[in-house]
Design a protein around this ligand. Structure first.
Ligand code: COA
Length: 267
């Protein structure tokens, strides 16, 4: 690995760090994976990272509800989780369907509206120390294996958002998806990133940062599209299959390619 520990580089790095601190939210070290494997009791770490609340009562409730109902198959499982999971989350509306084997973290920071469907094997992870968490509004559908992952950030899915299978929405800041937005399978929203301006440390040991992602209403994301941190997407936008979006996209545009470029307006 190239070493760049000279004065010039250190100056450059400290300047970059100042700029990052001003423009970006810095991702706290406490949520790094190494904290999970660091010192402390296993019970304490489990409560902090998984349950999201301290104390034996919160632990017991979480364990009882997830162990008893998570894996129950068929219509019976959906029925039972519909009744009992409302005691797990901060708020659950009417007519919510929870699929099988959903991984749930920090459920006390997850709000779910009416008539929401969360398919099998999804992950709802509202992890963080100071975040608001996840809000899933009325009529949202989340396809199987899709991961909503907060790293001290927030995720909001507005009404009637439809997310396909195997998507990932990752947020260390604010990730908002506007209403009536259709997201095809394997789409990835990366609302948080690593810095890499120092070359004598591996990327994993450098600070993380995040600006968040905002998506307007009525958008459509083609299969395997990727959206980078800091991007704002207007209303009624179409993003082509496999696009990598690293710039803001104005309303009513169609953008395709790597990196994504606007190829036409829908107006
Ligand atoms: C973006 C999209 C809607 C554009 O459709 P369209 O307006 O009919 O566009 P066209 O087919 O006329 O293509 C226009 C140009 O963009 C290119 N293009 C279209 N989609 C592209 C893509 N995903 N990536 C790269 N280039 C693409 C075409 O090759 C064409 O290039 P050319 O002018 O050099 O020949 C469509 O191509 C697409 O990607 N749809 C997503 C499908 C999908 O994932 N569905 C999931 C079901 S939920």
């Amino acid at each position: 690995m190239e070493k760049t520990n000279n004065d010039d580089t250190n100056n450059l790095n400290s300047k970059n760090t100042e700029k990052i601190t001003k423009d970006y939210k810095i991702i706290g070290d406490e949520l790094r994976t190494k904290q999970l494997t660091g010192r402390g009791s296993k019970f304490g770490k489990y409560s902090e990272f998984i349950v999201g609340k301290k104390g034996f009562a919160a632990f017991l409730k979480y364990e009882f509800l997830t162990c008893t109902f998570s894996d129950c198959p068929g219509a019976l499982g959906i029925f039972l989780r519909g009744i009992f999971y409302r005691f797990l989350f901060k708020k659950v509306g009417k007519g919510v369907s929870f699929g099988r084997n959903i991984t749930i973290r920090h459920p006390n920071k997850i709000v779910i509206g009416n008539n929401v469907v969360i398919d099998d094997n999804c992950v709802l992870d509202a992890k963080g120390t100071e975040n608001k968490g996840i809000e899933i509004k009325d009529g949202v559908f989340i396809g199987r294996n899709t991961i909503l992952s907060c790293k001290d950030g927030n995720i909001t899915l507005e009404e009637n958002t439809n997310i396909g299978f195997n998507c990932e929405l990752c947020s260390a800041n604010d990730l908002n998806i506007g209403k009536n937005t259709l997201i095809a399978a394997y789409v990835y929203f990366v609302a948080g990133d690593h810095t890499f301006n120092v070359t004598d440390k591996p990327v994993i040991e450098q600070i993380g940062r995040s600006q968040g992602i905002n998506v307007g209403e009525n958008c459509w994301f083609g299969v395997k599209a990727t959206v980078f941190d800091g991007v704002n997407i207007g209303n009624d936008v179409i993003i082509g299959a496999s696009a990598v979006v690293n710039i803001d996209i104005p309303s009513f545009s169609i953008a395709v390619g790597i990196p994504a470029k606007v190829i036409k307006s829908r107006l």
